[in-house]
Design a protein around this ligand. Structure first.
Ligand SMILES: Nc1ncnc2c1ncn2[C@@H]1O[C@H](COP(=O)(O)OP(=O)(O)OP(=O)(O)O)[C@@H](O)[C@H]1O
Ligand SMILES: [Mg+2]
Length: 262
């Protein structure tokens, strides 16, 4: 079976002339959960938008299940960094949106609302929900289409810590059951380690590139509530932070008032 996603020496130069990423190569094999971490503004969303087909590479190749990606990535569902529900549509209609856009029957939406615990809210509107509930609707919308590839851009970073932990656990459980392939973007190294099979570290921009790859050998299923206090977790964290730390400092150094000390 071909890789779900393959980047080969991919670079992206924006029209402004800014060279966001340069020479990035990685592979997402089917049923794997891969995270990309990196400092703010380094090019994480750029990578995900390239994978979604929302951007085109200036150099290099993006392949999806063995085919060169041309236009939108139809094998993927995409969970944005920002809230992406349509305010004028009910919870149920929002959950069904992905199915509708693909010309499929919307029936599965109700079932996914039940799975994310929002069956009783199907006739409500997004403004009547909490942030965590809205995120669950967005997730139901993505999972309902049973995508071959799930692309997630900092999906939980706006949530409070407890809601976030719960959402992360639910995501792991759903993905584990369905065997979904995931490319997950975050600036949070703990989150990346807790969820992933492999963590890729991006350098600070411009011309951001991969500075480290780490296989995460923590056993599954992973009870997240206790995972972070395990010695092996701390060991992995230290090893990756060694790479990431320098990039975070470099990224801060580019901003006035953010000069790193020591
Ligand atoms: N359309 C664009 N035109 C020009 N430059 C852009 C464009 N989009 C993004 N950039 C620049 O490319 C760099 C990478 O942006 P990107 O959004 O990929 O970073 P990120 O790692 O996702 O950041 P964050 O952590 O804040 O979400 C940034 O310096 C940004 O200003
Ligand atoms: Mg981003």
């Amino acid at each position: 079976m071909p890789a779900a996603l393959q980047f080969s020496s991919v670079s992206k130069r924006y029209d402004s002339g800014y060279e966001a990423i340069e020479g990035i190569s990685f592979t997402v094999e089917p049923r794997r959960f891969i995270s990309i971490v990196g400092p703010s503004g380094c090019g994480k969303s750029t990578v995900l938008n390239l994978a979604a087909g929302l951007l085109t590479a200036s150099a290099g190749r993006v392949e999806v299940f063995g085919e060169p990606l041309a236009g939108l990535n139809r094998r993927a569902a995409y969970l944005f960094q920002q809230d992406a529900l349509l305010p004028w549509k009910s919870v149920l209609d929002n959950a069904a949106l992905g199915l509708e856009l693909r010309g499929r029957a919307p029936d599965a939406a109700q079932d996914w609302l039940r799975r994310v615990g929002l069956e009783a809210f199907s006739t409500r509107y997004p403004h009547e929900l909490s942030g965590g509930m809205r995120k669950r609707v967005a997730l139901a919308q993505c999972l309902a289409v049973q995508p071959d590839l799930l692309l997630m851009d900092e999906p939980f970073s706006a949530l409070d810590i407890h809601t976030r932990l719960r959402m992360e656990q639910e995501l792991l459980d759903w993905v584990g059951t369905a065997g979904t392939t995931v490319l997950f973007i975050t600036h949070d190294l703990e989150e990346a380690i807790a969820l992933s099979d492999e963590v890729l570290v991006l350098s600070a921009g411009p011309r951001s590139h991969l500075v480290g790859r780490y296989e995460i050998d923590l056993p599954r299923p992973r009870p997240l509530l206790d995972l972070k206090t395990e010695p092996r977790f701390a060991e992995i964290y230290r090893a990756i932070w060694h790479d990431l730390r320098g990039e975070v400092i470099r990224a801060l150094g580019d901003h006035p008032g953010g000069k790193a000390h020591g």
